[in-house]
Design a protein around this ligand. Structure first.
Ligand code: NAD
Ligand code: LYC
Length: 502
């Protein structure tokens, strides 16, 4: 073994995704000795970036919730402030411009009334139902936004919030087992409008309304109008960079190119980790920001998987990964009035199919500094499964990338005429790319229910069946999304702080 540290730290965090970094910064701010181990060269995971030919591309996340200035649900703002760092953000006036079947064109304006009016104008016979459905989402959001958001595994906190906000707590208890589809159908009858609610859910949960937890929809469908969608100046990668700056200011440490290969157990308790280079570290608590599949199948012996994890795997499966086109294009291709985020779907029946729905993000409309002068970044991505990209020769893999990219560009020509002719740079990522650079099994975007479940009730919190081992990130409550994993970071650090008596 080339080296091993004899010192026992308070906490080791495996991975520097936003979930891991929020856990680490919160604990460092409370005085814990924290070490983050990141396998890649920079922090951020899915919220990372890369630079090519004068372009700074976001790896994944681009539509950012959690940067509001008021309430309690602005968890990214709060996470940065907790370690005395700040990030300038740029407000996005439209969350999504939808280009849907049957020429249904719709914009989700930051202004709630404007959005409701635009949607009601398309479905005038459902005006009342639209209002009632989205108002019900606000009820969930208002409950969450009234209280301090910490670990639901901490009984004293639960008692305290219950006495401080009894009605908000009871409201959340009511919605925790519910899914969006059931509630939408209580208010809305028009099948096409119900399809629209499906894609409203699908575009962040990767499942239709029927399987999307109502708590998460309450957050997404309301916060986009309350705190708004705000883009970090300098790119999404800045969030992780700033959190690392704050971590180090608070006395914590991060090591890059430090790939954990094993979580070390003694008498069934997690006591440390081993890196690919043989180095070992010990700590009182270990936190994994890797996905649950990576944690319990690769970092721990798969054959000894705790029964609770096996059960979880029967309820949740890996969502597909993405095929990502990172494009540099000449500015003339886009009119200055173009919105930053678009969704293109030509046939409702194909919404959930691989390559069916195309997501587009053009961050340079908000922050032109991310591309060379006179150019824009167009990040187009669409769900894709690992199976499509395995067992190919290097040539066949490249050819398939090229062919798929051409199909996507051809479809995008409908909303951005001249895109192909205006291309200046193109880089294509596949599920294999996501697996390799993010260390996520099959490049998955996160867990999705195998079948209709009871809302969020089946999502595990941060403690695991293994003593001393915690999980954080999108395979814990409440799931995918930067603001969601920031919540899981707050909750995880709170539970650990109580366990360590900090
Ligand atoms: N808002 C958007 O537009 C958007 C788009 C795509 C993804 N997302 C979401 O962003 C969220 C990111 O969350 P997250 O914190 O759960 O995870 P993450 O995958 O972003 O971060 C995990 C980190 O752990 C590192 N890691 C993994 N295994 C390791 C090992 N063995 N040793 C050391 N390091 C290791 C990875 O390199 C990565 O940096 C996800 O929920 C994702 O779904 C959002
Ligand atoms: C005491 C008693 C009795 C009781 C109690 C109860 C309670 C307190 C409860 C509580 C609960 C809680 C706290 C909860 C929480 C929750 C949360 C925080 C949630 C959150 C969520 C969020 C989310 C979901 C988000 C998401 C987002 C996303 C995912 C996004 C994505 C995006 C994308 C992908 C993009 C695309 C598009 C384009 C580009 C166009």
């Amino acid at each position: 073994m080339p080296g091993s540290s004899s010192q026992t730290l308070d906490v080791i965090v495996i991975g520097s995704g936003i979930g891991g970094l929020v856990t680490a910064t919160q604990l460092a701010a409370k005085g814990a000795q924290v070490l983050v181990l990141e396998r890649y060269l920079i922090p951020g995971g899915s919220a990372g970036y890369f630079e090519r030919n004068g372009y700074r591309f976001d790896v994944g996340a681009s539509m950012i919730f959690g940067f509001g200035r008021r309430g309690t649900t602005n968890l990214l703002t709060r996470a940065l402030e907790a370690v005395n760092v700040r990030l300038e953000t740029l407000p996005d006036p439209v969350q999504i411009h939808y280009h849907l079947p049957n020429q249904l064109e719709l914009k989700v304006h930051r202004d709630y009334k404007q959005f409701i009016n635009e949607l009601s104008a398309k479905f005038p016979h459902e005006r009342e139902g639209i209002r009632r459905f989205y108002d019900e989402c606000w009820k969930v959001f208002n409950c969450l936004n009234a209280m301090e958001l910490l670990s639901l595994e901490e009984p004293r906190y639960l008692t305290r919030v219950f006495f401080q906000h009894p009605f908000a707590c009871l409201g959340l208890v009511k919605y925790l087992p519910q899914n969006v589809g059931d509630i939408a159908r209580q208010h809305i009858k028009d099948p096409e409008l119900l399809k629209f609610i499906d894609i409203e859910c699908y575009c962040w949960s990767v499942v239709p309304a029927e399987m999307t937890p109502m708590i998460n929809a309450g957050m997404v469908f309301s916060d986009r109008h309350y705190g708004g969608i705000n883009y970090p100046k300098g790119g999404v990668g800045q969030i992780a960079q700033k959190l690392v700056e704050g971590l180090e200011k608070a006395g914590g440490h991060i090591e890059y190119q430090a790939r954990v290969t094993q979580i070390l157990l003694e008498n069934g308790k997690a006591v440390g980790v081993q890196l690919a280079n043989g180095q070992t570290y010990r700590a009182k608590r270990i936190v994994s920001n890797a996905t649950r599949w990576d944690t319990f199948e690769n970092l721990l012996p798969a054959e000894q998987m705790p029964a609770r994890e096996k059960k979880w795997q029967q309820r949740y499966q890996k969502s597909p990964s993405f095929l990502s086109l990172h494009l540099g294009v000449k500015s003339e291709v886009l009119s200055p009035k173009t919105e930053c985020h678009h969704i293109l779907l030509e046939d409702w029946a194909k919404m959930e199919e691989p390559y069916g729905t195309i997501f587009v993000s053009i961050p340079t409309l908000l922050d032109p500094s991310l591309a060379p002068e006179g150019h824009h970044i167009v990040h187009a991505f669409t769900p894709s499964w690992m199976e499509d990209w395995q067992n190919l020769s290097p040539t066949a893999y490249e050819q398939q990338k090229e062919a798929k990219a051409n199909e996507i560009i051809h479809r995008l020509e409908k909303i951005f005429p001249g895109l192909d002719a205006g291309l200046d740079y193109q880089e294509v990522g596949t599920p294999r790319t996501h697996r390799r650079f993010l260390g996520r099994k099959d490049g998955t975007y996160g867990p999705i229910p195998q079948r209709k479940l009871l809302g969020l009730l089946g999502m595990p919190f941060n403690r695991t069946a293994i003593s001393g081992l915690y999980c954080v990130g999108d395979s814990t409550f409440p799931g995918q999304g930067l603001n969601a994993v920031a919540f899981s970071g707050f909750a995880c650090s709170h539970r650990i702080a109580v366990d360590l008596g900090l």
